[in-house]
Design a protein around this ligand. Structure first.
Ligand code: HEC
Ligand code: HEC
Length: 282
């Protein structure tokens, strides 16, 4: 951690006690069935910036952690169930449901880990939200859903849930390389009056307490997450915006190219961690 970072954090009265007591017996087996990889070797592109990558679950309190062990206790699963109903409902002028073309949601296993992903036909990087909207408008003759709408968050939670346990595996080369590099630049840019970058908190201070909250490495494998503070699902872009706002900076719009580039880069830092969504956070 640089002197500047310490100064900025201290100035903001943010950084409190050091050191996080690690639980030697940490394990997350969802529904007694799905083994979650909580620690994995850091991807090569991190070039030693992190000794290993660690799921955000590890830094939560035991009470919050327990809620993710079983779907009966996980409040996020209520939204997954709502999305299952929408999955089977005819929407739009074509009278089709998601199920008309995609069978059951379980057929989407393996999709969440590789998003955001390059769409060859459209020649653009697509998040899950963009892909879902493409199906709604182009395939179903329906209205697009707002990026941060309940329908959208519920559907991305459903798509995450059927891939739980699979390793995040986004591509960072080929046509997406430039976007990925832009995302990396954003990650290390110091924003706001506090002059803090994502790395100031999530790379240099994970494990430390900040406003009574243990900082994690800021991975996105648990998204969308259910948060107690909002009693709702929270999307990745919403979380990014909140973090940037905390540095007292102007922030980027949800669904913007900027946050999409950041989404790709942050996802790639977590390549190897399990999909956990919807994870539970406070
Ligand atoms: C009329 C058929 C049709 C309907 C209805 C439809 N889709 Fe699709 N969907 C497609 C096709 C074709 C593709 C692959 C081509 C593409 O990228 O658009 C696709 C791709 C996808 C993918 C990406 C899969 C992957 O492997 O990357 C997701 C996620 C998806 N659809 C979700 C949905 C959801 C959610 C709904 C309902 C709101 C829906 N689709 C409704 C035809 C449909
Ligand atoms: C001032 C410190 C600070 C900065 C700077 C910051 N964050 Fe965060 N972030 C937090 C805190 C506190 C949390 C909640 C505790 C946790 O999960 O780390 C959080 C949570 C997150 C999470 C959720 C992790 C999970 O497992 O639920 C993600 C993702 C994230 N941040 C990404 C970012 C990105 C990307 C940036 C840069 C644009 C950023 N953060 C900048 C403090 C910060």
């Amino acid at each position: 951690m640089t002197t500047r970072t310490v100064a900025a954090l201290a100035l903001a009265g943010l950084l409190a006690a050091p050191a996080w007591a690690e639980d030697a017996e940490e394990r997350l087996l969802v529904n007694d069935e799905i083994e979650i990889t909580l620690r994995a070797p850091a991807p090569e592109h991190l070039d030693g910036a992190l000794p290993e990558i660690v799921s955000g679950w590890v830094y939560r309190s035991p009470e919050t952690q327990d809620l993710q062990r079983d779907d009966f206790d996980n409040p996020g699963i209520l939204y997954v169930d709502q999305a299952r109903e929408v999955w089977n409902a005819a929407l739009g002028s074509e009278g089709k449901s998601c199920a008309s073309c995609h069978d059951d949601p379980e057929s989407m296993r393996g999709v969440r880990p590789v998003y955001p992903k390059w769409d060859e036909a459209k020649g653009e990087l697509q998040s899950l939200e963009m892909q879902i909207n493409e199906c709604l408008t182009d395939q179903m003759g329906a209205e697009a859903w707002g990026w941060d709408s309940d329908d959208m968050k519920n559907m991305t939670a459903l798509l995450a849930s059927v891939s739980r346990g699979m390793p995040i595996d986004v591509a960072i080369d080929g046509p997406v390389q430039d976007i990925w590099e832009r995302g990396r630049e954003m990650y290390y840019t110091r924003y706001g009056q506090l002059e803090l970058s994502c790395a100031s908190c999530h790379e240099q201070n994970y494990g430390n307490l900040i406003r009574a909250d243990h900082l994690s490495q800021g991975h996105t494998n648990g998204f969308p997450v259910y948060r107690f503070s909002t009693t709702a699902l929270v999307s990745q872009h919403n979380r990014f915006r909140g973090c940037i706002r905390d540095t007292r900076a102007e922030t980027f719009a949800i669904g913007s190219d900027d946050l999409l580039a950041l989404e790709l880069y942050v996802a790639s830092r977590g390549n190897g961690l399990s999909v956990e969504g919807p994870a539970v956070r406070h």
